[in-house]
Every structure is written in structure tokens, then in C-alpha cells.
Ligand binder design. Structure first.
Ligand code: B12
Ligand code: SF4
Ligand code: SF4
Length: 335
């Protein structure tokens, strides 16, 4: 007879997860480092991380009868379509929270029917420290770029899972395979990886282009280059990506994006219509146009000036100021 863990992993594969591993509940690994990180202010304006930090101390803070954690990884790797402005690979298609969230609900229901207990799904937004837990469950290791790396899938997997009241046989933890490599530290355009395994979000272009609410600080606008949404230079250079295969999940397939000039003229409802159901939607119209202006400032030419001039008349001060910056950058390049 197969063990419950073997059967759960088979069901997870059937539901589309690429990897699935189990850990026994305990205090969260690296919780002390997480508190140090908060103390240093490296979380920037992600105030939700600093609110009730003790919720991350132990999964039993979220579910008192939790006995085990089931961790899942979903491959999202693919190449972007050739167009101006780079979008992080995880955000090229439809939102992974929807896809993974609904597969986790199905897995939870299946486990309840087969083995009883109760389960609580998590994906990204909950207070589960997903990377350290995924390492504890043997799904991969946390690399010097701070990402969870899987031996076969590399950096390109979204994490999620279930807290469960079932006492499941744990998998052995994974060990660190970074060795003497430090490519990610060298590749970071803003030195946001301040030391191996340490990331200062305030310097990170993924943070600045997605989470940061206000103007992009001037010192980071040129380094942002053509990154429209997110950054993954420290992921792309990792040698452990060499066996990565493109995802076959239609949900993640890259959606076409109109050219930057066209999107710069969009109003709020056009933005919503185009990006509803994708990770870009939560950026909202104003910050999307802010990012387009920065990218045009870095890679645009004289043909982009009329669209930028129009954005420079916007009633939104965030868009207006970034458009004026972009115009001045393009003009300087023409001189
Ligand atoms: C906040 C957050 C961010 C922040 C902070 C990034 C970070 N490194 O944590 C910002 C906005 C910058 C960000 C960016 C990105 N994110 Co993010 N993010 C999160 C979130 C919500 C919480 C992570 C967290 O707690 N960070 C706090 C810090 C302190 O944690 P940490 O960096 O892991 O630091 C640990 C180490 O320093 C460790 N440590 C200290 N010393 C040592 C020594 C050793 C040897 C080791 C192993 C560890 C270690 O202790 C700390 C505590 O765990 C998670 C989802 C979740 N609920 O977990 C997604 C998550 C980590 N993000 C994810 C992704 C995909 C990204 C981006 C690639 C998106 C993009 N392309 O733009 C970038 C990558 C940038 C990068 N290099 O990290 C995925 C990662 C998947 C994976 N394979 O790892 C997650 C898991 C979301 C998901 N469900 O899939 N993210
Ligand atoms: S995501 Fe980009 S900016 Fe952030 S640490 Fe990695 S390379 Fe640096
Ligand atoms: S690039 Fe090298 S050091 Fe960085 S995470 Fe990958 S293996 Fe580790």
C-alpha cells in the first residue's frame, strides 16, 4: 500500500504542480534573520511585512493545530515575446495566485476526503515564510540571490502550499549548492544583494518597480534600464537554470503587450481591461505609466517625444514628473 505522502504527491502532480515536498511543523527557519532584516529597514515601504511579525515565527500562529507543511513548486519558465520593455517572467501570463490558489484548494479537498484533517492553502500573500520552509521540505535551497532554487527547474518556480493538521512523514531538507559561485551578486545592477543571502529591498529593482508606491528615486532610474515590471537579473545568471524547460501550462503563456507609446496613452479603464487577471493589474494605472516613462527615458528616441509630451500634461503628478524626466533624458542623448 502506498503511503499518504506518496499519494498526496501523485495527486499534486495530477493537479499540475511540478514538485511537492513535506516538512514537519516547527519554528520557522531563519525567523531571527527575518527580524534582523526588518530592524535594518531593508523592507522599505512593505509595511505589511513589519506588521505583526510574530505571525511568521511559527505556522501554528496561523493554524494552531498545524502538524505538517506541504510545499509546492510550479514551473513558470518561458522566453518573453520580442518587444520594447522587459517584464519579469512570472508576470508574462495570467496571475499565478489564481492558478496555484485553485489547484491548492482542490488538493486540500482531496486530502480531506482521503485522510481527513483540515488544510489551509497559502500562496505568496500569507505569513508563511515560503522559501525557508521549502528548503526545510527539501524542495530546493535558498541561494545567495535569496531565491529558492530547484536542482532541475532552477530559479523559475512559484511557491505555495498547505498547512495541514495531519502528521505526515517529512522529506529530508535540501542542502546549499551555491558553492563558490557569486554570479548573482555581480549581476545585480544596483548592488541590492549586499552580502550572500542578504537582500536590501530598497535597492532592488523588483521592489522599486512593483511594490514601491511613489516616485522611482532618481539614482535608480537609469539602472532600471528597460525593466517595465520586476527584475530578475540575479535569477537569469544562475547556472542552476541550465536544465530549465519552458512551462506547458497555458495559464502562464506570455500575453501580447502593445508598444510603450500606445500604452502611455491609455486611461485607467483601458489599463484595467488589458491587465485584469494578470500580476501587472495590482500595480495600477498610475505606477504602470510611471514605469513606462522610466523605460522610455532609458531606451526611447525622438519618435516617443509626442507621447511623452502628452503624458507630461497628465493631471497625475507621478506620471507628469516621470514623463518630464524621460523627455529630458531623450533630449540629452540627442545632443
Ligand atoms: C517580500 C517579498 C519580496 C520582496 C523582498 C525579496 C526577498 N528576497 O525576500 C521583493 C519585492 C524585493 C521581492 C522580489 C522578488 N520576488 Co518576492 N516575495 C516576497 C515574499 C512575499 C516574502 C519574502 C520574505 O519574507 N522576505 C523577507 C526576507 C528577510 O527574506 P529572505 O530574503 O528570504 O531572507 C532570508 C535570508 O536572508 C535568510 N538568511 C540569512 N542568512 C542566511 C544564510 C543562509 C545560508 C541561508 C540559506 C539563508 C539565510 O534569512 C532571511 C529570512 O528567511 C515571498 C512570498 C512569501 N510569503 O514567502 C515572495 C517570493 C519570495 N518572491 C518571489 C519572486 C518570484 C520574486 C521575484 C523574482 C519577482 C520579480 N521577478 O520581480 C523578485 C526576486 C528578487 C530577489 N532576488 O529576491 C517568489 C520566489 C520563488 C522562489 N523560487 O524563490 C516568492 C516565494 C513568491 C511565490 N509564492 O512564489 N519579493
Ligand atoms: S531582482 Fe534585480 S535589482 Fe533585485 S537583487 Fe536581483 S538583480 Fe538586483
Ligand atoms: S548565481 Fe551562483 S551564487 Fe547566485 S544563487 Fe545561483 S548558484 Fe547561488
Amino acid at each position: 500500500m502506498k503511503s499518504p505522502v506518496t499519494e498526496i504527491k501523485q495527486e499534486a502532480t495530477r493537479l499540475g504542480f511540478d514538485v511537492c515536498r513535506v516538512a514537519s511543523v516547527a519554528t520557522s527557519p531563519h525567523y531571527a534573520e527575518f527580524l534582523d532584516w526588518l530592524k535594518s529597514g531593508a523592507h522599505g515601504e512593505m509595511l505589511w511585512l513589519a506588521k505583526n511579525p510574530e505571525r511568521r515565527r511559527d505556522p501554528r500562529e496561523l493554524m494552531p493545530d498545524c502538524r505538517s507543511l506541504i510545499l509546492t513548486g510550479t514551473n513558470y519558465f518561458q522566453q518573453d515575446l520580442p518587444q520594447r520593455g522587459r517584464v519579469a517572467t512570472y508576470a508574462l501570463g495570467r496571475d499565478y495566485h489564481d492558478r496555484i490558489g485553485s489547484a491548492l484548494k482542490q488538493l486540500s479537498l482531496w486530502i480531506e476526503q482521503q485522510y481527513g484533517g483540515h488544510q489551509r492553502p497559502f500562496v505568496d500573500s500569507s505569513a508563511v515564510m515560503e522559501k525557508p520552509w521549502a528548503m526545510r521540505a527539501g524542495l530546493g535551497w535558498q541561494g545567495k540571490n535569496t531565491m529558492l532554487i530547484h536542482r532541475r527547474l532552477g530559479n523559475w518556480l512559484s511557491l505555495g502550499g498547505l498547512l495541514t493538521s495531519l502528521d505526515l512523514e517529512p522529506d529530508p531538507p535540501e542542502t546549499d549548492h551555491c558553492g563558490s559561485c557569486s554570479r548573482c551578486l555581480q549581476a545585480c545592477p544596483t548592488q541590492a544583494i549586499t552580502a550572500p543571502y542578504q537582500l536590501d529591498a530598497r535597492r532592488c529593482l523588483a521592489y522599486l518597480s512593483i511594490e514601491h508606491p511613489g516616485p522611482i528615486p532618481l539614482e535608480y532610474r537609469r539602472p532600471m534600464g528597460d525593466r517595465l515590471f520586476g527584475c530578475e537579473d540575479c535569477l537569469s545568471v544562475c547556472p542552476w537554470n541550465r536544465w530549465a524547460q519552458a512551462t506547458r501550462d497555458a495559464h502562464f503563456q506570455a500575453l501580447p503587450r502593445p508598444d510603450l507609446r500606445e500604452m502611455l496613452a491609455w486611461d485607467d479603464s483601458q489599463f484595467r481591461q488589458h491587465y485584469r487577471g494578470t500580476p501587472i493589474f495590482r500595480l495600477k494605472h498610475s505606477r504602470w505609466l510611471r514605469n513606462i516613462c522610466v523605460v522610455l527615458g532609458n531606451v526611447g528616441g525622438p519618435d516617443d517625444l509626442p507621447a511623452l509630451n502628452q503624458a507630461g500634461d497628465s493631471s497625475d503628478p507621478l506620471i507628469r514628473e516621470h514623463a518630464l524626466w524621460a523627455i529630458s533624458e531623450i533630449r540629452q542623448r540627442q545632443m
